[in-house]
Design a protein around this ligand. Structure first.
Ligand code: SF4
Ligand code: FES
Length: 246
């Protein structure tokens, strides 16, 4: 199998693509192929990973023009995928010499600054979450906060977010408007707003409904299609918009 991989000389942008041939075996993932290249062909190839099991969210990248986790994407299935994403430049522009029938194209996740090869800078992504204080406030004088199974169900899908940033990398609004906080942060805000243990649920919506938040979303829903955990960020944003008239 041939992989055409984006490389960066300056740590700012993709400078060129390198082509590697990997030996495939049954069940091999894109991440396994990157390890094979790094171990045997080019130790300077940079990519990020940790859990290798779709839990840590570290290995998000653009694989054949679809944002996905490298550890969860099998090499054998890449050419069977059909993108249903609303296109924007990063999802359509490709090197002229890419043979899309035989070569798998691997690029860094769009919409975040590049650090090296397939590694992007997640600072902006995490900052959006920090700036909106997206965590549970401690309850005064209470040692424990009980939640019923029914109340837990209301937030279940949002709790599953692994902060991989695939939703941000697939979003045409994030591509256009750097100020947009993005689908993951808005979904986390809705998660705490809906959490029965939250003492002040509306504080999360104050930030989520600011002009850099839900009002910028056009409900394009690329985020729903790429989310590896079924979080459906676009659904949460739709609810924020409906419930708050933004
Ligand atoms: S909402 Fe889904 S795609 Fe977005 S960061 Fe969370 S797990 Fe990743
Ligand atoms: S390596 Fe952890 S999600 Fe892929």
């Amino acid at each position: 199998m041939i992989l055409r991989i984006a490389r960066s000389r300056d740590g700012v942008s993709v400078s060129h693509f390198d082509v590697f041939e990997v030996e495939t075996r049954r069940g091999m993932t894109v991440l396994d192929a990157l390890f094979q290249i790094q171990d045997n062909l080019d130790p300077s190839l940079a990519f990020r990973y940790s859990c290798r099991g779709a839990v840590c969210g570290s290995c998000a990248m653009l694989i054949d023009k679809i944002p996905q986790l490298a550890c969860r994407t099998q090499l054998a299935s890449v050419k069977e995928q059909e993108s249903k994403l609303r296109p924007f430049e990063a999802l359509t522009k490709h090197p002229n010499d890419w043979d899309s029938k035989t070569e798998i194209l691997i690029e860094p996740l769009p919409n975040l600054p590049l650090l090296k090869d397939l590694v992007v800078d997640m600072t902006e992504f995490y900052s959006a979450i920090e700036d909106m204080n997206l965590w549970a406030d401690p309850a005064k004088g209470e040692s424990i906060r009980i939640q019923s199974p029914e109340d837990r169900k209301k937030i279940e899908r949002y709790v599953d977010c692994i902060l991989c940033a695939l939703c941000v990398g697939s979003c045409p609004i994030n591509a256009e408007k750097k100020e947009y906080v993005g689908p993951a942060a808005l979904t986390k805000a809705y998660r705490f707003n809906q959490d029965s243990r939250t003492p002040d649920p509306e504080r999360y919506m104050a930030d989520a409904t600011k002009k850099e938040g839900a009002p910028l979303c056009d409900l394009i829903m690329n985020c729903v299609k790429v989310c590896p955990k079924g979080v459906a960020p676009g659904g949460a944003i739709r609810k924020i918009k409906q419930e708050h008239g933004v």
